[in-house]
Design a protein around this ligand. Structure first.
Ligand SMILES: Cc1cc2nc3c(=O)[nH]c(=O)nc-3n(C[C@H](O)[C@H](O)[C@H](O)COP(=O)(O)OP(=O)(O)OC[C@H]3O[C@@H](n4cnc5c(N)ncnc54)[C@H](O)[C@@H]3O)c2cc1C
Length: 380
């Protein structure tokens, strides 16, 4: 079997598989490497996906979904809740089905996928791969690093991938069973006793199971996310059984540079997750499709639009959310309570069709002189 490919992709998460599908569709030869034996497992994700973020990129099939969502229940630091009715807002996916399905789609377009194949280094234009105790090299014309938040590819290609404490949210999440939850609503919970500098979530998988977790900013607390999650789960779901445990991180700042002459990074490897929500599935898929298409253009000697397309489709929104996060990190529990009172008035009794975050932030800031002071530079 050939060891020369036009394009090699490291990592078969949503970003890697989207890139593999897009490039294969353009007719270039593609090898995608996945270090684990199963695609989509182990997983570090609450599996929430909103319809608006993925629109135009992927039609979500019913077999990929654990639960359809009709809105969110928001809880403030004092325990008060209000509901945002948002019919058809999105889904809680089953990524153990979803991730392999996207990879199979890429395979159907011609991509070669090697599982249990761990990239361990790059030398000149070759990826060094360890598989079943053997080491092999595979040659590429172009390389895509889709190896997730703990990516090595960027570092191997000479990019500064160091992260400061302000640039990451650290997370703990359990898949819980034997609970009672309203399966149509995602719970989002705010405040320093739950998740300092972040938020806690319940993403229902059914009426009796959910991904329950939290992300925190290490700048805001010395406590470990596991400690906070264990405390909360004991109180909220005393009879629950923990089926799976996840401890991981979500990047909150895009890399300054994520491409070079013969390579680029996509998805979490480029730190393209949303800095406010931590959501990275949609941006992974978008950046993957964009990178796959543009890699094929580069391989064929044509002009590429990678940077401009990523900017238009992803970066403008991320940079705005990054600015909002800076203010978010300054909020006290009292500020959260003020925000919830304002937000409750905005959303109460009005089913939502779309949420424009710029408009919402402005509405909230303008309703409180204190918050306006805090967000003044942001507004300008
Ligand atoms: C606790 C938690 C909850 C989250 N919840 C949500 C959510 O509800 N919604 C949402 O949109 N996002 C969520 N995210 C973020 C989301 O999981 C990621 O943004 C998304 O998975 C990124 O996709 P990716 O393809 O870039 O990377 P990944 O999905 O991380 O895929 C990377 C792949 O590369 C493989 N790999 C790594 N190194 C190598 C190597 N050397 N050789 C070969 N293969 C390699 C890995 O095994 C993996 O399969 C959450 C994250 C965390 C930590």
């Amino acid at each position: 079997m050939s060891r020369n490919y036009d394009l090699i992709i490291i990592g078969a998460g949503p970003a890697g598989s989207a890139a593999a599908a897009a490039a294969s569709e353009e007719g270039v030869s593609v090898l995608m490497l996945e270090e684990h034996a199963e695609i989509g497992s182990p997983l570090a994700c609450a599996e929430g996906l909103s319809r608006s973020t993925i629109k135009g990129y992927l039609d979500i099939k019913s077999e990929w979904i654990s639960q359809k969502l009709s809105g969110s229940i928001i809880r403030d630091p004092g325990g008060k809740e209000f509901t945002i009715e948002y019919p058809n807002v999105g889904w809680v996916l089953n990524r153990k089905v979803f991730d392999p399905a996207i990879a199979e789609f890429a395979e159907s377009k011609g991509a070669v996928i090697k599982k249990s194949a761990k990239a361990v280094g790059i030398q000149d234009n070759e990826v060094i791969v360890s598989r079943n105790g053997k080491t092999r090299t595979y040659k590429f014309k172009y390389l895509i690093g889709a190896d997730g938040v703990a990516s090595n590819v960027g570092r191997w290609m000479g990019i500064d991938t160091r992260m400061s404490l302000s640039e990451i949210e650290i997370c703990a999440e359990y898949l819980l069973s034997k609970i009672n939850t309203n399966p149509e609503y995602a719970y989002l919970i705010f405040g320093s006793s739950y998740a300092p500098g972040g938020y806690a979530w319940i993403f229902p998988k059914s009426t009796t199971s959910a991904n329950v977790g939290l992300g925190i900013s290490p700048l805001k607390t010395k406590k470990k996310p596991k400690q906070l999650l264990d405390h909360w789960v004991r109180q909220e779901f005393p009879d629950a059984r923990i089926e799976e445990r996840i401890f991981s991180g979500v990047p909150a700042k895009v890399l300054k540079r994520f491409s070079g002459r013969s390579f680029c990074l996509v998805g979490d490897a480029a730190r393209l997750a949303d800095p406010l929500s931590g959501a990275g599935i949609a941006n992974g898929i978008k950046s993957g499709f964009i990178a796959g298409r543009n890699a094929a253009a580069i391989i064929r000697g044509r002009k590429d639009n990678l940077e401009s397309e990523i900017r238009a489709e992803i970066l403008n929104e991320i940079e705005w959310h990054h600015r909002v996060r800076k203010v978010y990190l300054k909020l006290t529990d009292n500020d959260f309570q003020t925000i919830f009172r304002i937000a409750e008035k905005i959303f109460r009794g009005k089913p939502v069709k779309d949420i424009n975050t710029r408009q919402l932030v402005r509405q909230i800031l303008l309703a409180s002189p204190h918050l306006l002071g805090l967000g003044f530079r942001l507004l300008l």
